[in-house]
Design a protein around this ligand. Structure first.
Ligand code: ATP
Length: 368
């Protein structure tokens, strides 16, 4: 990745009649990064991608690619290529001809086309399958052909619209790593749209999360997970327990809060949240909670509760714990090292938490 911005979106907006699908989108993407736009269905992420591709013109604002203003420049003249969810490969053409299609339209010499097609198919591990019919391929192979067809054009930026969503879970996970490796090897900027948080986190250098047409947070995956900037993002990414808390003291980087079940805690102020007030919300990830029969020692906050449900997920065990004075059961998850479920519904147990794992969520700025 370089320091250079390959894509710059400045105040980009898209209206369809009275409806605003994308509002005031400002974003700089670095050359060579894998960037994902993540958000729930209808949040405007595909529209944003289509404006970069040139399939849709912004109603306001500017799109720059490699420093050049893209206004009025059609999709096929932009240094971008797009890979679609539905593969969009031609069923009547064989693999080689599918990949060669864009190059032929540009009038490139046959010898160069042959060489570039061979190279592109090797990149996606389909070397030697030129002659295979497009209908004689598995879903994963078809998606690789679609990738090769885009890469053969040597775009500066590859745009990917939910590229793996038609694949089954196992294949999708395999392709996530393959695409990430390919992107790193080629050094091309990838911009992917997805509603799958795990996919975005596995593949991306940075993620931009959108809600209701607005870009709400842009961060690297670990920061997004550890310091979501509001409740919507905290609940969209991973699982989170939400608890009310009252700020009794504020000092520089820290807050002293009283909580309904874990008592008084000194927590870190979250620099990403919109500023707060006295009554805030805090978040605790289920895996950050200790769960034990005896009162856990050396924890900043502890509370007694009763196991309500146990869900065995294989790699971990998920408990819902009812605590007096807290409306919703608290979720705690434990890695399944020893293949045992230690606690059963109805068992009295203790929960423990460290202050450092508590996330200040400030006030909710967006409707849930
Ligand atoms: N051509 C169009 N005309 C009118 N409304 C549109 C058009 N394209 C998109 N929209 C609307 O704009 C909003 C954002 O759509 P968009 O496809 O960008 O969302 P998305 O986040 O990609 O959702 P999904 O994951 O379901 O594709 C939606 O409410 C959609 O109905």
């Amino acid at each position: 990745m370089t320091e250079k911005n390959i894509i710059q979106l400045q105040g980009v907006e898209k209206r369809f009649g009275n409806f605003t699908a994308v509002s005031d989108l400002n974003l700089d993407l670095r050359e060579g990064e894998f960037f994902s736009l993540l958000g729930p269905s209808g949040c405007g992420k595909t529209t944003a991608l289509r404006m970069i591709a040139g399939f849709q013109e912004p109603s306001a604002g500017k799109v720059f690619i490699d420093g050049e203003d893209m206004e009025g420049i059609p999709a096929n003249s932009r240094p971008t290529n797009m890979v679609f969810q539905s593969y969009a490969i031609f069923p009547h053409l064989n693999v080689g001809n599918n990949v060669a299609y864009g190059l032929r339209n540009r009038g490139i010499a046959k010898s160069e086309i042959d060489q570039r097609v061979t190279e592109a198919l090797e990149m996606v591990e389909l070397g030697g399958l030129q002659e295979r019919g497009a209908t004689e391929l598995s879903g994963g192979q078809r998606q690789r052909v679609a990738l090769a067809r885009a890469l053969v054009m040597r775009p500066k930026v590859l745009l990917l619209d939910e590229p793996l969503s038609a694949l089954d879970k196992k294949l999708r996970e395999q392709m996530q790593f393959e695409m990430r490796h390919l992107q790193q090897e080629l050094g091309i900027t990838f911009v992917m749209v997805t509603h799958d948080q795990y996919e975005a986190m596995t593949m991306s250098d940075r993620i931009g999360v959108m809600f209701d047409g607005r870009l709400v947070q842009v961060d690297e995956p670990p920061t997004l997970y550890a310091k979501p900037c509001n409740r919507n993002i905290a609940s969209f990414i991973g699982e989170m327990n939400f608890l009310p808390a009252h700020v009794t003291e504020e000092n520089g980087k820290g807050l002293t809060v009283t909580t309904p079940c874990f008592g008084i805690l000194d927590i870190e102020k979250n620099p990403n949240v919109a500023q707060t007030g006295r009554d805030i919300e805090i978040g605790i990830r289920p895996e950050q909670l200790e769960i034990s029969r005896e009162k856990p020692e050396d924890y900043d906050g502890t509370v007694q509760g009763k196991v309500r449900d146990v869900a065995f997920y294989g790699e971990n065990v998920h408990y819902h714990v009812q605590v007096d004075g807290v409306e919703k059961p608290i979720a705690a998850s434990v890695p399944n090292y020893f293949h045992t479920v230690d606690h059963r519904p109805g068992d009295p147990i203790w929960l423990g938490v460290q202050s450092t794992s508590i996330i200040d969520l400030g006030q909710n700025t967006i409707k849930s």
